[in-house]
Design a protein around this ligand. Structure first.
Ligand code: ZN
Ligand code: ZN
Length: 296
């Protein structure tokens, strides 16, 4: 009987299986195969979104049962929690879509957004911009609820920003040029610890927070492409982003089980060339992100 109970408890302990998806692996460059920055963590049937670049809602729906994907939990109307690393447009242009489309599809509860202070203005102005559409849907003949387009905003500060029975989310300040409120996130669930770098140059704070990671998701640029840039652009990118050798040094120090290269500034380089630039400096496990990639 005791053995049976132990087995039962063990099976309960491993039921939380966290899935980490790259929804958008892109940058400001409008590559049609790489949507703007967006990641999704699915745990115990609840989706949590990190960044919402252009294309985010359609990429999420590509994973949902209704639109040919494998996950009934990933219908867009189930999305209630969204975290933003920083205001840059390649990470935030999807906000209007995120506020409105899941509501049209049936979301009744407000969208909970966690982000830098300016995110509140973004959301407020989007609601103003779409007031006519929102009013038409609520007050006309469309059978629409009058709550699911609303936004509840929480300003990020460094430290624990959100916790429920599934997930704990920590924000930390990274090093993205002169962007003051630029964050990375550490996401902990029962079975996974994941760090999302956000956009950043080499960050001591990231190294401090990046202990015992299952997955490190980090941005990177092509060194060959960087070498072709004019000196003013080199100065900009050096302060805002991370080179392959810099990322290798970070990964060697914090030793994640898996390193996911994302938000890659290719600048004409191929995927193979980026991987080669990384593997000359780093021998750990590397995955090059694509849109809709499931990282296990
Ligand atoms: Zn970016
Ligand atoms: Zn940025």
């Amino acid at each position: 009987m005791i053995r049976f109970l132990v087995l039962f408890c063990l099976s309960l302990a491993v039921t939380a299986e966290t899935k980490f998806f790259v929804l958008g692996s892109g940058t400001p460059n409008p590559n049609p195969d790489r949507s703007g920055s967006a990641y999704l963590v699915l745990v115990n049937n609840t989706p949590y979104l990190f960044d919402f670049g252009p294309g985010v809602v359609r990429k999420m729906s590509a994973l949902s049962k209704s639109w040919g994907g494998a996950y009934s939990e990933l219908e867009v109307e189930n999305l209630e929690y969204a975290f933003l690393t920083h205001f840059h447009s390649d990470h935030s242009l999807g906000l209007a879509d995120l506020i409105i489309t899941p509501w049209i599809m049936g979301r009744e509860r407000p969208l909970k957004i966690f982000g830098p202070a300016s995110t509140a203005d973004m959301a407020e102005n989007i609601l103003k911009a779409y007031q006519t559409d929102i009013d038409y849907r609520i007050n006309g003949t469309q059978p629409q609820n009058s709550t699911g387009y609303k936004v509840v905003f929480t300003k990020l500060n460094e430290g624990l920003v959100y916790k429920d029975q599934n997930i704990q989310v920590l924000a930390f300040l990274n090093s993205h040029g002169d962007v003051k409120e630029s964050y990375g996130f550490v996401i902990e669930t029962e079975d996974k610890k994941i760090l999302i770098s956000g956009d950043t140059g080499p960050s001591e704070n990231l190294i401090k927070y990046g202990k015992n990671l299952d997955i490190l998701v980090h941005e990177v640029y092509s060194q060959a492409g960087f070498n072709q840039k004019t000196s003013d652009w080199q100065k900009y990118h050096k302060a805002h982003h991370t080179s392959p050798s810099e990322l290798a040094a970070i990964a060697k120090q914090i030793k994640p089980k898996k390193l996911v290269l994302c938000h890659i500034l290719f600048w004409g380089a191929t995927e193979e060339e980026i991987l080669q630039e990384m593997t000359t400096h780093y021998s750990g496990k590397i995955v090059l992100a694509k849109d809709l990639l499931l990282v296990e």
